[in-house]
Design a protein around this ligand. Structure first.
Ligand SMILES: *Cc1c(COP(=O)(O)O)cnc(C)c1O
Length: 397
């Protein structure tokens, strides 16, 4: 028995590790070594989970909520999710259409697995959230990227979607507000795109993870409410991670047409079972104790909005950088193409020379940009952006 072990699977060899987590990890390692790093790479709120949510989880844990629960979620949580969609958007869904999964990322993956077979094509708007292409590939399907750059506000037009559709297209992914650009589509823009999807009988995965992190009076759109035909084809993913500063809890939500919901629950029953039972009681408190939750979210929104405006103004002061004022999430996506550097080199040098961590646009399928997260303190933003300005000045010479 002298030969080496057999090669790993196609899946193992084809998957790319998350580049956003990689940059964040490198920055954190420098920080741990005592370096003064300004981190713009984070993909999570810098706030702690609101106290009443933690308390509800602790009470559930003490109260013995430590056993398996129904795979798609505890009944009161699924009902509370139904109630909040009805209250916020007028969406009428039954609790059986709701699946609570271990993180919105897994909700998205299950949606792809439930709708796509090997060889099917999935339209992925770029700049995209880093996990979409990988989860499509893990389903054996093929991502088809359609790039909308800053000239169209990082938003696709119906014609761009239409041009990417082939007889093999199965699924269209939409993500508004967007990670990484913060772009928010208007309801009318989404209606026009969804009409194209409907015409070609596509499923739609609408990732509405950032629905509540939205500014300047913009309003979130719940695509599934457009019409019964749209609802029958739309899988809505959202969750607790971003809105309530609960990234480590691993709780996401899906609302799907009944046959899709059933398939997703069955897949989940073999892949992960239920989300941690006592954690679901924390999520339930987030939805039930409405006033406390709203106050906590409002505080975060005020901070995010202040930082967003400050960072946007500062970035646009830097010669060579142009940056749109995004209306959602907690990211800006400045264009750094004028410096003539690959964005990966730009980011590596920025971290090495100025100890500023940002993620290159190419990680999101858009070369020439940076993703800058403002889910960090005002002080770090101010310090980091002045270091960025100093770095850019050295490039200009
Ligand atoms: C953060 C994020 C998710 C999933 O978040 P979880 O931490 O897995 O709940 C899904 N989609 C987008 C666009 C995100 O940024």
């Amino acid at each position: 028995m002298n030969h080496p072990p057999a090669p790993l699977s196609t899946w193992a060899r084809n998957v790319s590790p998350s580049p956003t987590l990689a940059v964040d990890a490198k920055a954190k390692a420098l920080q741990a070594a005592g370096e003064d790093v300004c981190g713009f790479a984070a993909g999570e709120p810098d706030f702690d989970t609101p106290e009443h949510i933690k308390e509800a989880c602790i009470a559930a844990l003490r109260g013995g909520k430590t056993k398996y629960a129904p795979t798609p979620g505890i009944e009161p949580l699924r009902q509370a999710i139904v109630d909040r969609y009805a209250a916020e958007y007028g969406l009428k869904a039954a609790p059986s259409q709701v699946i609570v999964s271990p993180g919105g990322k897994f909700n998205c993956y299950l949606a792809v697995l439930a709708t796509c077979s090997p060889g099917d094509e999935v339209i992925v708007p770029a700049p995209y959230w880093v996990s979409y292409p990988e989860m499509v590939k893990l389903a054996g399907a093929v991502p088809k990227f359609v790039l909308a750059d800053d000239r169209t506000g990082f938003r696709l037009t119906p014609a761009m979607v239409e041009a990417a559709i082939t007889p093999k297209t199965r699924l269209l992914i939409l993500n508004s507000p967007s990670n990484p650009t913060g772009a928010v589509y208007s309801r009318a823009e989404l209606e026009a795109i969804v009409a194209v999807a409907l015409k070609h009988n596509l499923y739609i995965l609408s990732d509405e993870m950032y629905e509540h992190l939205i500014y300047d009076g913009a309003r979130p759109t719940c695509i599934a409410t457009f019409s019964p035909e749209v609802e029958a084809r739309t899988i809505t993913v959202a969750g607790f991670s971003k809105t309530y500063a609960m990234t480590g809890w691993r709780i996401g939500t899906t609302v799907a047409p009944a046959p899709v919901a059933k398939a997703i629950a069955e897949l989940q029953s073999q892949m992960s079972s239920n989300v941690t039972t006592f954690a679901q009681y924390g999520a339930l408190a987030a939805l039930k104790e409405k006033e406390k939750t709203a106050a906590a979210v409002q505080k975060m929104l005020v901070a995010f909005d202040r930082r967003r405006k400050f960072l946007h103004a500062e970035l646009n002061q830097i010669p060579g950088i142009t940056c749109l004022l995004a209306e959602g999430a907690f990211y800006l996506f400045p264009n750094v193409g004028s410096f003539g550097l690959k964005d990966l080199d730009f980011c590596n040098r920025l971290l090495d020379e100025e100890r500023v961590a940002a993620v290159p646009g190419s990680a999101f399928g858009a070369e020439g940009y940076l993703r800058v997260s403002y889910a960090t303190s005002d002080e770090i933003i101010a310090k980091g952006v002045s270091r960025l300005a100093r770095f850019c000045a050295t490039l200009k010479k």
